[in-house]
Structure formats: C-alpha cells, structure tokens
Design a protein around this ligand. Structure first.
Ligand SMILES: Nc1ncnc2c1ncn2[C@@H]1O[C@H](COP(=O)(O)OP(=O)(O)OP(=O)(O)O)[C@@H](O)[C@H]1O
Length: 626
C-alpha cells in the first residue's frame, strides 16, 4: 500500500500560527533576541572543538536599531550565522528547529543553554511586520545570503554582501490600522521596556541606539542637544544565579525595587538554588507592608516564572498557595516543559514540585523569623496575619497544620501578641482548654463580663478581634491536643459550672425564669442563673455551634442567611438586680416584663449587638425613671 505524506497548506498554517499561538504581540522581540543569543552560544560550542574559532565573550552582542522614517526595526547578532541551506531549512520550514537539533548533538555546558526548541518563534515577527529580511553569513561560508518574506506567499533567497559572520534581521513594521497601533515597536522607550521585561537576563549584551539629551557642547548653560548613543539595556547576569555569599542585603533590596515588587523595602528575602528532582533558582520576598489592593479582588498573586533566564509568565499563580499570596519574587528553571507559545507549561508536574518546595521554605523562613526576630515577625503579622488565618479556615481546613504555628493572638496576661505554642506552654496545671474571648477591640474584650471568671482563675485568654479569628479557630478545633473554648459559651467547662444549683434554688427560680423566657420568646433559648458573673447583672451566652460573634460576622455578610446564635440570658444571683426581679415576679408582672426587656437589651449592648427596638428601649428606660 502506498503511504502518502500529509499535505499542509503552508500559507494558512503560517497565518494560523502567527495569529493564534501568542496572546501578546510584543513577544516577537523576545523570540528574535533568544534566537540571536542561541546563535552566539552555538559559536561558543564550535570554539570548543574548532581551533580556527576563538570565543571571547565580550566580543559578542545583539544590536537593536529602530528607524521611524523607514518603519524598520533591525536586530544584528554576531552569532554563528546561517548558510543558504540553513536559511532554507530553518526559516523556510515551519516547526523545524535548528536549535533543537543542535541541542541533541551537543552537550550543554557552563550555562550556555540553548533556548529554541519548537522552530516557530521566528515567525512571530510577522505579527508586527509585513516584510522580514534576513541577511546572514555563516562562520562556515564565504558567501552571505538574503532571505526575504512577507509572511504570506513563500520567501526568496539570494546572494548578498555581508562582511562578518552573523545575522541581521530587518522587520518592516506594519502600518497602523483602525484597531491596532504598531508604531510602539519603533519607539526606543517601548523597545527598551520589552527587552527589560523578557530578555533582561540574556547573557550577552543587548545594545540599542537611543537618542538622549546631553548638555550642548559650547552651548549656554542648561542648553541641551539630542544625541544618538549606544546603550546596553539588559542586566545580563541574573542575581539569582550569583552566589549568595557575594550578595548583600542591599543587592536584594535593589532587585526588589528594580522589579517593582513593591514600594516598600522587603522584610525578608529567601534565595534558593535547588538541585533536586527539579532544578531551579528562586528569590522570594516577604514584603513589609500590605499592598493597597491586597485584600481586594484586583490583587493578583503569583511569582515571575523564567525558563533559562527568559521570562515566561509574569504572575504564575500556581507557584504560591493563597495563604502565602503576599510573597513576591521569581523562579527560574531549566527543567520546565514549555508549550509552543512559551506562555504556558505543557504539564505542571515540575511546577507542582517547585510550588511544594517553595511553600515549605516560606513557612520555615517565617518560623525562623518568629523565633529569632520577634519584632520583625510582628510587623509582618500586622500586615499579613489575616491572610494566614483565612488560610487556616479556607479549603475546609486543609492547610491548618501548615499554618497553626504561625498564628498570633493578643493575650490577656502578656498584653501583647502570643503564639499558640507559647500559650500552651504557660497553661495552668488544672487548665484543660485554650480560652478565648471575641470582640471588636482589645479594650472592649477587657470589659466583657464573661472574661472575669476565667481571668480570676489565673488563666490566660486569647483575644479575637478580627472577624476571621473565630472561624479559623473553629476549623482548627484544637492545638497540641488542647481544645479551644470561648469564654462566652454557655458551658464553660470549668469546675464552677459543675456546681449545680440546689434543688430549693431551682424550684424557687423555675417559675420566674419560665416567665422571663416567655417574655423573651423567640429571642433567647433559655434564661438561667449564672455561676460565673461577679460584678455584672446579666450577659448573653450561646449554645451550639454558632457563637454570638459569629452571628455578628454572618449578619454583616452580603448574602447573610440570617443565621442566629442560640442565646441564653444568664443572670447574676448575687446582684441586687436579681432581688428586684424576684420581687417584681411576686408582686407586679408588668414590672417583671419591663425589667426582663431592659436586662435583655443591656446584655445585647454589652455584646455589641444592635438593639432590636431602640425606641421601645428608651421608653422602657423612662418608665423606670418616672
Ligand atoms: N539569529 C539567528 N542566527 C542563527 N540561526 C538562527 C537565527 N534565528 C533563527 N535561526 C535558526 O532558525 C531556527 C528556527 O528559529 P525559530 O525561532 O523559528 O525556532 P527555534 O528558536 O528553534 O524554536 P522556538 O520556537 O522554541 O523559539 C532556529 O532553530 C535556528 O536554527
């Protein structure tokens, strides 16, 4: 049976490639620069085995010039160049990569990695150009050739004159259309920015003819003139490939600023050079201040992702878990399997490994900070502690173990922030629970009647002042096998609670509480005597899963489900108010109703809950007065 080759409509194929592979036009420059860099590296490999060729690193460069009048952008490299055949094979055949073939036959050495592999990058030039001219002279040939194409109807090749080996590519930039402007690719500032963004760490200098204003020679003071100047735009050596011992704190800070990771100074940096299952270098920063949009939807987490020093993604979200979304920085790896556009990865196995590794490094760095530089950690925690707490709560607590040691809360006894492990280490011998109190602020919590009895026992109380706190702790359930207990819960699980009311007391109060309960029907689940109130007459506790603080948070949410805590009104038997209601119960039912409503309103106010009917409340107050 005869086997036939697939046919390809090359014009259509090229069109599809040009217009559908890349999402951003500007990457054409990255692709052409990477090709030039590969061409110089190939020369380096040739020099290793060919005595006729010497390789002096500083003699090589990539030169970019824009000519606005002619609408041309030219890239010149001093690389290995192409013979006539190579021009035909490599630029005349889509998906043919001379670089991939080169990589297969040469062992990559000394960081001279070859970038190209798919054989398509060159054609991205047609996204911005309506004519591409390549003049190239191979180190192996005496004759130079000119390859030319408008990207639609094939190409031409003819002899040309070129003195030195290397390649010169000239793009004739498209005219602007109604929807698209191409002029930007002729502007120095724009070209510089694109080089900086994607190709800053190409190992060879990328030089550009730029016009700058300089003081005019022989001119008056302050008089300037426009002069052309050749500038090297790229930094070349990536800081992350340098030895940590060579770098100072200032170097890292400078990098943080240059990269515009934030307007602040970083609090901490982490420099990783990993040579394991996946090889990668990374520099991570923990910022000092919360970015202004951090807690908004607009904030995008992610690290810059480089493949061999070439930027692939500006914000690779998969590299960071949400709870460490504040971390800034970059990852560079040579082991990534890129997709054809280099905008995505083919599969994310390597990425997952890197992300896992990065997560544990960030955690241990934060733990070290907490241990050794408490003040710095607290600064960090003020900015991003909330994010850690969300991390404990989110995903049904899947990450609580990663984060529990990083949490801090205000302590009643230490009058400052403490970690859970510090709390547990200070727990009293007879203390079984980690106690916490919830409220709007430390000052308000200090005044909560519920804290009195716990504090009197000498137990430390953690103050929860953020809405996420209690939700996070509910998810955590326990720390080092010690359960959390709210001082406001109906069953405080302390000895005092176990002391039952005497039978006589119970009987005497039963009728009174039943009446009060019916007055407050629908508002409270129960009315009972309190064994823990000392100075305050009443307060509210909650039974069940939803605490009063949680009710407040849930009520404030836009899609609130009207979730209510099951409230219990507790009354202090030692307070004179109790005598007053008892007396009212015996003599004046109307008065009892009045007192009950007033006490309930008081309890709401203490909890920071809104009064259900403020007008009714003020009327009741007046009734008591007159
Ligand atoms: N400036 C250059 N000097 C020498 N050879 C070049 C140059 N530009 C391109 N080539 C040759 O043309 C081939 C095709 O280039 P192209 O950019 O399309 O693909 P690539 O760089 O191999 O792969 P990728 O699509 O991954 O970038 C290259 O592999 C290389 O052999």
């Amino acid at each position: 049976m005869e086997k036939k080759q697939f046919q390809a409509e090359s014009k259509r194929l090229l069109e599809m490639m040009i217009n559908s592979i890349y999402t951003q036009k500007e990457i054409f420059l990255r692709e052409l620069i990477s090709n030039s860099s590969d061409a110089i590296d190939k020369l380096y490999y040739r020099a290793l085995t060919d005595d006729a060729i010497s390789f002096e690193q500083d003699q090589y460069a990539i030169h970019i010039t824009a000519d606005k009048e002619k609408r041309t952008l030219t890239l010149i490299d001093t690389g290995i160049g192409m013979t006539k055949e190579e021009l035909e094979n490599n630029l005349g055949t889509i998906a043919k990569s001379g670089s991939l073939a080169f990589k297969k036959t040469n062992e990559i050495k000394d960081g001279h990695d070859i970038i190209g592999q798919f054989g398509v990058g060159f054609y991205s030039a047609f996204m911005v150009a309506d004519m591409v001219t390549v003049n190239s002279k191979s180190v192996d040939a005496d004759t130079a050739y000119k390859w030319q194409s408008d990207g639609s109807d094939g190409y031409t090749i003819e002899e040309t004159v070129k003195d030195t080996p290397g390649t010169e590519i000239t793009l004739h930039i498209k005219e602007n259309t109604e929807d698209e402007s191409f002029d930007e690719f002729l502007e120095d500032y724009r070209l510089k920015a694109i080089v900086k963004k994607y190709s800053d760490f190409i190992r060879f200098p990328i030089k550009m003819d730029v016009s700058t204003f300089k003081p005019k020679e022989g001119g008056e003071e302050g008089e300037t003139e426009e002069v052309q100047e050749i500038q090297t735009i790229n930094s070349m050596v990536p800081i992350w490939r340098k030895n940590k011992s060579e770098l100072t704190k200032e170097d890292y800070e400078q990098f943080y600023q240059d990269k515009r990771y934030g307007f602040d100074k970083p609090l901490e940096h982490i420099h990783l050079s990993v040579d394991g299952a996946v090889r990668y270098n990374s520099i991570l920063f923990i910022p000092e201040n919360t970015p202004f949009d951090f807690y908004s939807k607009e904030y995008e987490k992610g690290l810059e992702l480089y493949a061999n020093g070439v930027l692939i993604m500006e914000k690779c979200a998969d590299l960071l878990p949400d709870f460490f979304s504040f971390v800034k920085g970059m990852v560079d790896s040579e082991d990534l399997s890129l997709n054809i556009s280099r905008e995505m990865l083919q599969h994310d196995r390597q990425l997952k490994l890197i992300a896992k590794n990065i997560q544990s490094k960030i955690k241990s760095q934060l733990q070290t900070l907490l241990k050794n530089q408490r003040e710095a950690y607290e600064t960090f925690y003020q900015s991003f502690g909330r994010q850690l707490k969300f991390g404990v709560y989110n995903d049904y607590g899947a990450n609580k173990k990663v984060l529990e040691d990083l949490l801090l809360f205000h302590s009643s006894t230490e009058k400052g922030l403490v970690s859970l492990s510090e709390y547990v280490s200070r727990m009293k011998e007879d203390q079984s629970y980690i106690y916490y109190a919830t409220g709007e602020s430390v000052e308000r919590i200090e005044k909560l009647p519920q804290t009195e009895i716990v504090a009197d026992k000498g137990y430390e109380i953690l103050y929860f002042t953020e809405d996420v706190d209690e939700f996070a702790i509910k998810m955590l359930q326990s720390y080092q096998e010690k359960e959390f207990q709210s001082v406001s819960s109906a069953d405080l699980k302390m000895d005092e609670d176990d002391t039952e009311e005497s039978e006589e007391e119970k009987d005497a109060n039963k009728a009174l509480f039943e009446t009060m309960k019916s007055v407050l029907s629908g508002k409270v689940k129960d009315v009972r005597l309190s064994k823990r109130l000392k100075t305050h007459p009443v307060f509210l506790t909650a039974e069940g899963e939803v605490t009063i603080e949680m009710e407040k948070v849930l009520q404030a949410m836009p899609d609130n489900q009207h979730v209510k805590a099951e409230k219990v009104l507790e009354i202090n038997p030692n307070h004179d108010v109790f005598k007053a209601i008892k007396a009212a119960h015996e003599t004046d039912q109307e008065k009892l109703t009045l007192y009950t409503n007033l006490l309930y309103s008081q309890a709401l106010l203490i909890e920071g809950l809104p009064l259900e009917d403020p007008v009714e409340f003020t009327k009741d107050m007046c009734k008591v007065m007159v």
